[in-house]
Design a protein around this ligand. Structure first.
Ligand code: DAT
Ligand code: MG
Length: 140
C-alpha cells in the first residue's frame, strides 16, 4: 500500500465541544501524520462548493448551514493507505452504526453532525486537498 494523503475536516459540532486535540490523537495513534492543518470559518457558499456532490440530496441545505455554523479545522493526513485508514478511524457516517472506538462512535452527535469528514477516494482526496491548501502548505 502506497503512502497517500487525504483531506480531513474536524466539523463544527466537534470544534464547538473542544474536541480537536482528542480527535487528532486518534489520527496520530492510528499512524496518520498531520502534514497540514488550519482553523477556518466557512461561508455556506464555500461549504456548498465543497459538498457539491450532494447537492440533490434532501439534507444538502442543512449540511451547508451546519458546516458554516462554527469554525472547522481542515487538515491533510498522510500515511500508508491514508484514505481508507482515515475512513476506518472515523467510523460509519451514522454514529449509531460506527464501530466502538471510532471517532464517530465516541464523539458524533447524529448522522448530520458527525464530527469529521474524510475523503473517500484518491481522486476526491486530490480535489479536496487542493480546495483548502496550496502545495507550499503541505509539509510532509
Ligand atoms: P461521509 O461523511 O461518511 O463520507 P456522505 O459522504 O454520505 O458521508 O455524506 C456527507 C455528509 O452529509 C455526512 O457526513 C453527513 C451528511 N449526511 C449524510 N447522510 C445524511 C442524512 N441521512 N441526514 C443528514 N445528513 C446526512
Ligand atoms: Mg463522503
Amino acid at each position: 500500500m502506497a503512502i497517500e494523503r487525504t483531506l480531513s475536516i474536524i466539523k463544527p459540532d466537534a470544534t464547538k465541544r473542544n474536541l480537536t486535540g482528542k480527535i487528532n490523537a486518534k489520527f496520530e495513534d492510528a499512524g496518520l501524520r498531520i502534514v497540514a492543518q488550519k482553523r477556518i470559518h466557512l461561508t455556506p457558499a464555500q461549504a456548498g462548493v465543497f459538498y457539491e456532490v450532494h447537492k440533490e440530496r434532501p439534507f444538502y441545505g442543512e449540511l451547508c448551514e451546519f458546516m458554516a455554523s462554527e469554525p472547522v479545522v481542515v487538515q491533510v493526513l498522510e500515511g500508508e493507505g491514508a484514505i481508507a485508514k482515515n475512513r476506518e478511524v472515523m467510523g460509519a457516517t451514522n454514529p449509531a452504526d460506527a464501530a466502538p472506538g471510532t471517532i464517530r462512535a465516541e464523539f458524533a452527535e447524529s448522522v448530520g453532525e458527525n464530527s469529521v469528514h474524510g475523503s473517500d477516494a484518491p481522486e476526491t482526496a486530490a480535489v479536496e486537498i487542493a480546495y483548502f491548501f496550496s502545495g507550499l502548505e503541505l509539509v510532509g
